[in-house]
Each structure stands twice: as structure tokens, then as C-alpha cells.
Design a protein around this ligand. Structure first.
Ligand SMILES: [Zn+2]
Length: 186
């Protein structure tokens, strides 16, 4: 199960504490420690792109609802306005409530879409039907694995393969291409 993005310092702690059950993906970081004065050997820990740890996680259930933020919402919709279909920079985008809050709509994943500010202003306090604007896609609530992807700032190709294997079969996020091919070492 994909659980969380961790930094390499935390990953090294997991390796050192013997909490790593197995790892997947290519090595991303190689950290070197001190040199043994007797043998001259230098300690070294390699951190892989995906680290599985021992133990169970009880917080993830089927009723898990990921927190809603504009950053993850815009990424869910591929930074495309779901009314005019154009691609925008994040600063030009806004969170549109399909059923407006003023008409009892909720501030939740299934009632929010990415909209450019122009379309959002035009739609104003109306539903798409009232405004005569068609939605290009149906807003969905991400699963936990999808949410991990949405939160990722630089997703490596092998991490994406792993995440994708946990996405629902019909996930609209399956074919996203914003993946970093090359691993980066400090
Ligand atoms: Zn638009």
C-alpha cells in the first residue's frame, strides 16, 4: 500500500532501524557515513524509490476522504478548466463549486472542479445547467493511492508504476505523463 511521501532522511532511519521489509524501484540516494579506522571501510546506505516497512496501518479504511486543497484539485483535473477545456497556470485557476455553496452545494471533491477565473466569474452563483455551461468531466473523490500521486511534487517513473498499480481500474489518473524519469542523488 502506498502510505506517504517521506524524505531521504526518514528513509535512512527506516533502513538503519531495520524497519524496511523490502524495497522497490531504483536507488535514488546513496548516503555515506564515516570511515572505519581499522578496516578503512566506509559505511553506506542506499535508499530506493519505494520503501516498504514492517507493521500495519489502521488509519486507512475504505471511508478515507483525502483533504481537499486547490493544489491537489488542480492536479486531479490536469490544470485544465473543466468548462472551456483550456490548460492554465495554477495562478489563473480557481476552485469552482458545481452546485454553488449559495445553493446548498458542498465543499467536497465530488462538487468541486478546476475552472479558469474567467469561466468561474461567468458561471457565478449558478449551476452549470443554469449557466448553460457543460462540464467536461465528472468530478471524483481520489482514493488514498490517487491522493498520494496528487500530493507528489516530483514523481519518479517507478514510483508512478507502483502508485498506478494501486489506482482503481478506471482511474482518470492512470495515464498521467508528469513523471520524472531520472533519479537524483544528493
Ligand atoms: Zn475556462
Amino acid at each position: 500500500m502506498p502510505l506517504e511521501w517521506i524524505n531521504y532522511q526518514d528513509a535512512v532511519r527506516f533502513y538503519h532501524a531495520g524497519r524496511v521489509a523490502y524495497f522497490l524501484g531504483s536507488p535514488v540516494y546513496r548516503l555515506r557515513g564515516g570511515i572505519n579506522s581499522l578496516t578503512g571501510a566506509r559505511s553506506e546506505i542506499e535508499v530506493n524509490a519505494i520503501v516498504a516497512t514492517h507493521g500495519t496501518n489502521k488509519t486507512l479504511t475504505h471511508s478515507y476522504i483525502p483533504p481537499l486543497s486547490n493544489r491537489t484539485l488542480f492536479k486531479r483535473d490536469g490544470r485544465v478548466c473543466l468548462y472551456c477545456g483550456q490548460h492554465f497556470m495554477a495562478s489563473m485557476l480557481s476552485r469552482d463549486h458545481v452546485t454553488p455553496l449559495s445553493q446548498g452545494g458542498a465543499d467536497s471533491w465530488k462538487n468541486v472542479v478546476t475552472a479558469c477565473k474567467r469561466c468561474n466569474n461567468h458561471k457565478a452563483g449558478r449551476t452549470p445547467e443554469q449557466a448553460g455551461m457543460a462540464l467536461l468531466a465528472i468530478p471524483f473523490q481520489p482514493t488514498h493511492a490517487e491522493y498520494i500521486y496528487l500530493k507528489g511534487k516530483r514523481v519518479l517513473a517507478d514510483q508512478m508504476d507502483f502508485l498506478r498499480s494501486h489506482f482503481p481500474r478506471k482511474s482518470p489518473l492512470r495515464h498521467r505523463g508528469d513523471v520524472t524519469q531520472k533519479a537524483i542523488s544528493p
